[in-house]
Each structure stands twice: as C-alpha cells, then as structure tokens.
Design a protein around this ligand. Structure first.
Ligand SMILES: Nc1ncnc2c1ncn2[C@@H]1O[C@H](COP(=O)(O)OP(=O)(O)O)[C@@H](O)[C@H]1O
Ligand SMILES: [Mg+2]
Length: 339
C-alpha cells in the first residue's frame, strides 16, 4: 500500500534540462518528508508535478490515494500548497485574504470568517489581522501564506522552502507552527536547503541532486555519513598546537586534524554546546590562548560533499573552484539556522 505521497520514476525535462531524472518517493501517512537539496536540484519541479501544476513527461504519482495524472482535480481538493512565492494579495488584510480563500473553496461566508479567525489565532496574526498584507514582515507573510493553504485543512500538505529568506527568529517561529500542524496528523512534504530544518521537522529526509534522490534516511543517519558535529579551535600560538591537540583528543570521537598554517584544529564530537564549554575550560586551564572556537554542525554542503564529492552549490558557481568561499557560506548558513 503506497503512502500518502507516492512517486515512481518521475521525469520532467525543460528543453535540454533534465529537471527530474527519475524521482521516487514514498511518504507514509501522517509523516513529514524533507526534500533536501541545493538550488536547481529539482525540488520545486517535484512539488509542482505532485500538486498537478506541472505534467511530468513520464512516471507515476499518487497523492492521498488519488492518481495525480488521471484525476488532477480530485487531487487538488485533497492538498494544500504553500509556495516560496506567496499567493497572498498585498492589498487585502490578513483576515480578508483568508476569507477570500475560504470563498474560493466555496465555504459559506460565515464559515469562512470563523475559519479565518481560527487561523489568524493559530498563526499569531490576530493583532495584525486588519492591516493590509503589504505592511507585514517577511515572517508574517509566510505565516499568512501557510494559513491560506490550511483554510480547508487538507490531509496532505506541500511546502516549498517555507523558511528561505527568513531571519533565524522568524524561522524558529515558523518551525513551531509547522510542528503543531503535523502533530495533528497531516502528511507533509517540505523542501528545504537547510539540513538543520529537515532535522527539526522531518521524519525522513530525501536528498536530491540533479533531479534524482541520491540518499534517504533520518537526519542522524545522514549526519553520521558526514562525520557529524565537530569542534574547531584556532589557537593563538603555533607552539600550543601540540597541547591543544592533546586536549581535543580527550574529548573527541575520532582523529583530530590540524591545519598548521591557520593554527586550526578540528575534532569530531558528540555532546554539542555543553561539551564545547568543557573544551574551553580545559584549554583555559592548560593556559592555551585561543583566537576562535566553535561548534560546527554538518550542513547540507557537508552532506553533499560526502555523498557526491562535490559542493552543494557547485552548479551555481561561475567557476566551481572557489571552495573556500563556498565553505564559509555553508558555515554561515548553518550558524544562522542554529540560532
Ligand atoms: N519552467 C522551467 N523552464 C526551464 N527550466 C526550468 C523550469 N523550471 C525549472 N527548470 C530547471 O530545472 C532544474 C530544477 O529546477 P527546480 O525544480 O526549480 O529546482 P529547485 O527547486 O531544487 O531549486 C533547474 O535546472 C531549473 O533551471
Ligand atoms: Mg525551488
């Protein structure tokens, strides 16, 4: 029995571009699948095929038990879609937007109004309910967009990069909203470029690259393939590298790597921030002055590197050689997401 979202061998080409190259998915009812991949991987195309907005060249898709290619109208009635580009009318207030969607779904006006009030409440928009959406912050718009997708409480939801472009606080808020939603039993397919996000929200993750699912598993399984968390330390004095290395060995779950010229030491760890504090104390006790120390969590880029041997953003680069800049970017995104 296939899950609430099922795809087999989905292929979609745009001219020379093979956007989907045989995508297989199976999402059990009531669970969340995180479709994780870099820009251009085929995430949006997958969502558009599954939500009847785009017809695949070949393959099979079943959503909420309904054949997507044979009965698109029935599928549309059973799903909610929240896109990266919100279907919110800027000039209407939050309340009016939700009311309008309800009427679009042929709810009675009274019923649509009641539903709007509920959703405004649920998405923390009550105070802003009667302001035009164009006065909303990015986070508020995303919440309104999500609320609009939920006016008729569909059993299956699709969210395409729901938090891309949001600041860490708004991202966190939206995560809470999404968690609430799925605790009610909704099946959700969510696309993201953040491993951290998939980790928070998804039961299972499918990593996509160049139109294919190249790996699937839980966040822990994927992280394990990258070597997981590590502590990075930059010592102030070259003479301290040896001693620092000894300290890290005591905390590490694997070999310490040393970059002599940058005085940077890296060691895989488990235990997160608490362990980091202990490492700092121990280095201090030994009189080792440090320029920088941090906990580095695996990013999509790390997962990619370990799965494919290339960086997640390689396709986006003009000349795919600026490894260093990409590494830094990945790190920054990760820190943002971790806040
Ligand atoms: N309408 C389109 N016309 C031409 N190419 C497209 C179209 N939509 C997507 N593509 C191409 O298909 C590939 C996958 O795109 P997309 O599914 O949007 O990736 P993602 O959402 O993961 O960033 C990209 O190379 C993209 O340029
Ligand atoms: Mg996309």
């Amino acid at each position: 029995m296939p899950g609430a979202i099922y795809a087999e061998g989905l292929v979609k080409t745009f001219g020379d571009v093979r956007a989907l190259d045989g995508v297989d998915l199976d999402v059990p009812e009531g669970t969340v699948l995180g479709l994780l991949g870099p820009n251009g991987a085929g995430k949006t195309t997958t969502v558009r095929c599954l939500t009847t907005l785009l017809r695949p060249d070949s393959g099979k898709a079943v959503v909420a038990g309904i054949d997507v290619l044979k009965q698109p109208n029935e599928v549309r009635r059973s799903i909610g879609l929240s896109g990266q580009f919100a279907a919110v009318d800027e000039y209407l207030t939050g309340r009016e937007n939700l009311h309008m969607v309800g009427q679009l779904y042929q709810m009675r006006s009274k019923q649509a109004k009641v539903r709007a009030v509920e959703l405004l409440e649920q998405f923390h928009l009550t105070d802003a309910a009667d302001r035009p959406a164009k006065t909303y912050s990015g986070g508020m718009r995303r919440r309104l967009d999500l609320a609009a997708a939920l006016v008729v409480s569909p059993p299956v939801m699709f969210m395409d990069e729901p938090t891309t472009g949001l600041d860490p606080r708004n991202r966190q808020q939206l995560w809470e909203v999404i968690k609430d939603l799925v605790s009610g039993g909704t099946t959700l397919l969510l696309t993201t470029q953040y491993l951290e996000e998939a980790d928070h929200l998804a039961h299972e993750i499918a990593v996509v690259d160049q139109g294919r699912v190249i790996a699937r598993g839980t966040a822990d399984q994927l992280k394990a393939r990258t070597g997981g968390e590590r502590v990075e330390v930059v010592v102030h004095e070259r003479e301290h590298i040896e001693t620092a290395s000894e300290v890290l060995r005591g905390f590490g779950k694997g070999d310490t790597t040393v970059e002599q010229h940058t005085r940077k030491l890296t060691v895989p760890v488990t235990g997160g921030a608490k362990l980091l504090a202990e490492v700092i104390r121990e280095l201090d006790t030994r009189g080792i002055e440090i320029d920088d120390i941090g906990l580095r969590r695996p990013t999509l880029d790390d997962v990619f590197l370990s799965l494919t041997g290339h960086h997640a953003e390689a396709d986006d680069q003009e000349n795919g050689t600026d490894e260093d800049a990409k590494g830094r970017k990945g790190k920054k995104d990760d820190k943002e997401a971790a806040k």
